[in-house]
Write a protein that binds this ligand. Structure first.
Ligand code: ADP
Ligand code: ADP
Length: 231
């Protein structure tokens, strides 16, 4: 079943379009990697699929919902309840402990403090960093920070996780450890993942890789690199 759908998506910031008509279906439960060199439009595509940016032309759907026709207010609400996002630099709040950072999305959604704390510690445990619950980001390694950021992205149990170069700031060993954990957890939760990367090793963790070049999907690569079940 298709969970996310883009049809002819065009998006420009200035005179040159960053996306020039992208059509793609993301199946529920799949881990999709969007790959390509810096500047080819990967982040822009992710932002359009996640309802962060509204396309200039074309359609973006989440299930039966036409996100491109929705107001920012409605898209923001949908993002809070259905989507999780993970960026290259975890963007943890420096003043808060790991558990407080991970609890934040639940508190914003109205969950009580004690319940949010319990869930946060459980998610830190799933990512192998429960011992850091009361530690602040400044005292953690980059890999530990990204594990906390991953816990924060998943604590609301989103149906889709959008990850933009999630291991881009990590060395290859730490990167592969985090990806291994991430894949295990999202398989367990049946979370759909849209993963952006310019790194072939990272893309190897996905079920399917979609190459983007200068704002269009590379037709020669489309669908031919399906490697379901590799991990
Ligand atoms: P990628 O994620 O593949 O590096 P992006 O989607 O970030 O690509 O960028 C695609 C193109 O759009 C690039 O030429 C980039 O400079 C441009 N771009 C991205 N974001 C903005 C922005 N906020 N304002 C102007 N240009 C942008
Ligand atoms: P990435 O390759 O991961 O997208 P970038 O360094 O291209 O990272 O972009 C980082 C941020 O800067 C993004 O929010 C993007 O929208 C913005 N950006 C990228 N290119 C431009 C640009 N030419 N003008 C303004 N903002 C830009």
């Amino acid at each position: 079943m298709t969970i996310l759908r883009a049809r002819g998506v065009v998006k420009s910031y200035g005179p040159t379009p960053a996306l020039r008509g992208v059509t793609i279906d993301v199946a529920e439960g799949e881990i999709l990697a969007v790959t390509g060199p810096s500047g080819c439009g990967k982040s822009t595509l992710l932002h359009c699929l996640a309802g962060i940016l509204r396309p200039d032309a074309g359609e973006v759907s989440y299930g039966e919902h036409r996100l491109d026709t929705w107001s920012e207010r409605m898209r923001a609400k949908l993002r809070r309840t259905e989507f999780g996002v993970l960026f290259q630099f975890g963007q943890l709040v420096a003043e808060l402990t790991a558990a407080e950072n991970v609890a934040l999305p639940l508190l914003l959604a109205g969950t009580g403090r004690r319940e949010a704390r319990t869930a946060a510690v459980q998610w830190l445990d799933r990512l192998g960093v429960a011992d850091l619950a009361d530690t602040r980001p400044g005292e953690m390694s980059g890999g530990q920070q990204q594990r906390c950021a991953t816990a924060r992205a998943l604590v609301t149990e989103p149906r889709v996780l959008f990850a933009d170069e999630p291991t881009g700031a990590l060395d290859s060993r730490t990167s592969e450890q985090l990806l291994g954990e991430l894949v295990r957890v999202v398989r367990d939760q049946r979370t759909t993942v849209v993963l952006i990367t310019h790194d072939a090793t990272v893309a190897g963790y996905a079920d399917r890789e979609v190459p983007l070049r200068d704002g269009v999907l590379d037709p020669s690569g489309l669908g031919l690199t399906a490697i379901s079940g590799r991990h």
